[in-house]
Design a binder for this molecule. Structure first.
Ligand code: FAD
Length: 404
């Protein structure tokens, strides 16, 4: 028998790992959370948290700390398609606004919350190897910066270690619904570009860009191109970035009066889902499924899955349910929720103009505030695309807008 010093070891301490560790520790489990980063630590992310993600932070008692950093609330989303704009309110009752806190701010807060809940947190700790005995994950081997290699065992190892997950690489889970990189983006931070509580996005054929406010009176502006053009974009980032903003003269005027305060950062990511559990292991966040960041769902998905995963692990660890049964429910609940958003994300990430039927529907939406709010709430992950694009709802939108 292995001596399990911990109930759970969590690899990765950002949006998926720290909340999973925090929630398990709050339930009284012995938890070790490790990350090779030391916090505060930035990462490649544009960090918009839609209202459902904000609701998670609120339910964990962490939202006040985010607000206290001076991060401005975002109360309106506007999608400018050129001929028309869909502008509405993404909020829900328990989270009326979105926020985009810098990852240096947010991730530190999440790590500290895990530690405060009683998890042992080791920053600057790199996992070199996931230990497997008789087909079951039993622990990790790794080292602190400059330290000796140590081995730790647990009843379960949680891979919250991002899309290049070492745990996933070790256990080789089924990977499905894979799609290649679809678009690539660069972003930077600007001063002198006030957003007045608005998230703005501009969709043009083969191009997309968006802007929203974050900490320190800065505005994040991201510009994307189809993946086939990403290599060329990389060769002269600033030229492509600024030329794209010039496609919308009113926005270009605002950028001309603003100052870029940071270097350009960017990437393109693949799209996949993985079976997130097996003997002695579970995946959460990007390690379990990764999708293009065009819809900005990664963080609130990670939060939601951390809660689902922690509940499932609680059932398995406490023995109220068999591990396999509890984690199978985590898997199916995740996929049921995420698949319609995943397909919508992949479609948007092509940056192709909407097909005629969809363009007609979107134009109709832009003529009715109720329909615009519904659309915006779908874009914010509040309402499922399966509901928004249902025959009944489309019929209702077309009836209302043609009558008006
Ligand atoms: C360009 C871009 C823009 C994005 N914009 C948004 C957005 O606006 N809104 C949004 O919601 N989402 C966005 N996302 C997605 C979002 O950033 C991710 O979904 C989210 O960060 C996933 O969190 P995670 O905890 O699962 O993984 P990660 O954030 O990848 O964290 C994984 C952690 O694991 C640690 N780790 C990995 N391997 C090891 C190891 N062997 N040993 C020790 N530690 C290890 C890493 O150091 C890291 O800290 C964006 C992503 C990209 C690429």
């Amino acid at each position: 028998m292995t001596d399990n010093r911990y109930d759970a070891i969590v690899i990765g301490a950002r949006c998926a790992g720290s909340p999973t560790g925090m929630l398990l520790a709050r339930k009284g489990y012995r938890v070790l959370v490790v990350d090779r980063a030391t916090f505060p630590s930035d990462t490649v992310s544009t960090h918009l948290i839609h209202p459902p993600g904000v609701a998670s932070l609120n339910s964990w008692g962490l939202l006040d700390q985010v607000v206290a950093t001076g991060c401005p609330p975002i109360h309106t989303y506007a999608f400018d398609f050129g001929p028309f704009t869909i502008s509405g309110i993404p909020g829900i009752d328990n989270a009326p606004v979105a926020y985009a806190p810098r990852r240096t701010v947010l991730d530190k807060l999440l790590v500290d919350a895990a530690a405060e809940a009683g998890a042992e947190v080791r920053e600057g700790f790199t996992v070199e190897e996931v230990l497997v005995e008789d087909g079951r994950v039993t622990g990790i081997r790794g080292h602190s910066t400059g330290g000796d290699t140590v081995t730790e065992h647990a009843r379960v190892v949680v891979g919250a270690d991002g899309r290049h997950s070492l745990l996933a690489e070790t256990v080789g889970p089924d990977q499905y619904n894979e799609k290649p990189q679809l678009q690539g983006s660069y972003y930077s931070y600007w001063s002198g570009l006030p957003m007045h509580g608005r998230f703005e996005t501009y969709i043009r054929p083969g191009r997309g860009f968006a802007a929203w406010p974050t900490n320190d009176d800065l505005t994040l502006v991201i510009v994307g191109v189809p993946f086939a053009e990403f290599r060329a974009y990389r060769q002269d980032i600033e030229a492509t970035y600024l030329a794209t903003l010039e496609m919308v003269p009113a926005f270009a005027d605002r950028i001309h009066g603003a100052t870029r305060e940071a270097r350009f950062v960017g990437t393109a990511v693949p799209n996949f889902l993985r079976k997130p559990y097996g003997p002695g292991w579970v995946l959460v966040g990007d390690a379990g499924y990764n999708k293009d960041f065009i819809t900005a769902f990664g963080m609130h998905d990670a939060f939601r899955d951390a809660a689902l995963c922690a509940d499932a692990l609680d059932q398995g660890l406490s023995g109220t349910h068999a591990f396999t049964e509890a984690l199978a429910t985590y898997h199916s609940t995740r996929d049921q929720h995420v698949l319609p958003f995943y397909e919508l994300t992949a479609q948007l990430a092509t940056l192709e103009p909407p097909p005629p039927d969809l363009a007609q529907l979107l134009s109709a939406v832009s003529r009715d505030q109720h329909a615009m709010d519904d659309f915006v709430r779908m874009a914010a992950g509040v309402t499922s695309p399966a509901v928004f694009f249902s025959e009944d709802n489309i019929g209702r939108i077309l009836a209302v807008t043609s009558a008006g």
